[in-house]
Design a protein around this ligand. Structure first.
Ligand code: PLP
Length: 390
């Protein structure tokens, strides 16, 4: 009998891709849509990285390669993580995959099962909750609240730890809020985790997208031997479509996660990996210019949102998202997001796309031109002026 596996009922999705599809359908009908929904830099991948990828293809790097990753990429990733996090990572502890995302999936699948609890940020990247459920484990949300600067306190974490806590997932800078765990808070979180024997997964894909703050990693506090530290090329180098990410893994996880890679994707395209070597070792001029643009846009979008009755928006400290509070509009996050898309032609995500604790918020990605951002702000204001603001 043909039927689907019931485990699929536990597998969630990423609403950004659904909203993108709805927006594209509207565009196909001739409607204009400004895209503030999808989490990818709108800049081109820097030229020297593209060149390195093309050179690698021309040089014949077009076949299978070692499942854990090319030695030269593992080496520069280890060097990069060691230098930027102030830790000592061996190349043999680094694995490479098509994106950082597989490490969330494989990391949870390799360590968690029914009966285990996993603490994760909520609102947070939707894949966390999805994968925890898929593994059969119990998701334990850690509320990320505006009154704590879109972070949480070490006490908030401590009170959720139980003997069943198998893993704690951290994400800084954070999607969807742009909040960060600053060095002081990171040290406090690490102190709490020192006293609890569980895995830690720290998702640091926005580690280089910080405004006025230094990146802090919990891995730097003596927790490396049970921490999965993941980073990637998608955000920093505007390489979302190349699919390239890496992680430093605790020794006991290297072989099982390599096995998961072999069972699923075999390996990561070698030419893409060589482009990654060029990214981590090459000039930073374009990356720096991109960050300067993001800062200008962030300031414009925050000022514009705060000028709209019913909306307030704190200044995010990292990533390229704003997470405005829309409770003053009297609308739910989902209703407002739907109406913005259908009536104002602005694609955004409801805060609830990132978990129940996202109610009352929208997520806007400012990875779009200043001109489009200004147009979107005017359209949001236009729509809300027709709504009775509480
Ligand atoms: N982690 C977070 C917090 C993200 O926002 C994203 C992408 O949106 C990822 C991981 C996945 O990144 P990658 O493209 O490297 O798979």
């Amino acid at each position: 009998m043909t039927r689907l596996a019931s485990s699929l009922d536990r597998l969630g999705t990423e609403t950004a891709f659904e909203v993108l599809a709805r927006a594209k359908a509207l565009e196909a009908q001739g409607r204009q849509v400004i895209h503030l929904e999808i989490g990818e830099p709108d800049f081109a991948t820097p030229g020297h990285i593209v060149e390195a990828g093309m050179r690698a293809l021309r040089d014949g790097h077009t076949h299978y390669c070692p499942a854990p990753g090319l030695p030269e990429l593992r080496e520069v990733c280890a060097e990069h993580l060691s230098r930027t996090r102030g830790i000592s990572v061996e190349p043999s502890s680094v694995l490479v995959a098509p994106g950082a995302k597989p490490f969330l999936y494989f990391g949870v699948l390799a360590t968690c099962e029914a009966g285990d609890e996993v603490i994760y940020p909520n609102p947070g990247f939707p894949i966390y909750e999805s994968v925890i459920r898929y593994a059969g484990a119990t998701p334990v949300p850690l509320p990320i609240t505006e009154d704590r600067g879109f972070a949480f306190s070490a006490a908030d974490l401590a009170e959720r730890l139980t003997p069943r806590t198998r893993m704690v997932i951290l994400n800084s800078p954070a999607n969807p809020t742009g909040g960060i765990l600053d060095p002081q808070l990171t040290a406090e979180i690490a102190a709490v985790l020192q006293g609890h024997d569980c895995w830690i997964l720290t998702d640091e894909v926005y580690s280089e997208m910080l405004y006025d703050a230094a990146h802090a990693s919990v891995a730097a506090h003596g927790l490396l031997e049970r921490t999965i530290l993941l980073d990637g090329f998608s955000k920093t180098f505007a390489m979302t479509g190349w699919r390239l990410g890496y992680a430093a893994l605790p020794r006991p996880l290297i072989e099982p996660i390599t096995r998961l890679i072999i069972n699923s994707v075999s390996c990561t395209a070698p030419a893409v990996q060589l482009a990654g070597v060029a990214a981590l070792t090459g000039p930073r001029v374009e990356v720096d210019a991109m960050l300067r643009q993001f800062r200008i846009r962030r300031d414009a979008v925050v000022a514009g949102l705060n000028a709209i009755p019913g909306i307030t928006c704190v200044i995010p400290r990292g990533a390229f998202y704003v997470f405005p509070n829309i409770t003053g509009t009297g609308l739910s996050a989902r209703d407002l997001a739907d109406r913005l898309l259908e009536e104002a032609g602005v694609a955004v995500l409801a805060g609830t796309a990132f978990g129940a604790h996202g109610e009352g918020y929208l997520r806007l990605s400012y990875a779009n031109s200043l001109e489009n951002i200004e147009q979107a702000l005017a359209a949001i204001e236009g729509l809300l002026s027709g709504v009775a603001v509480a």
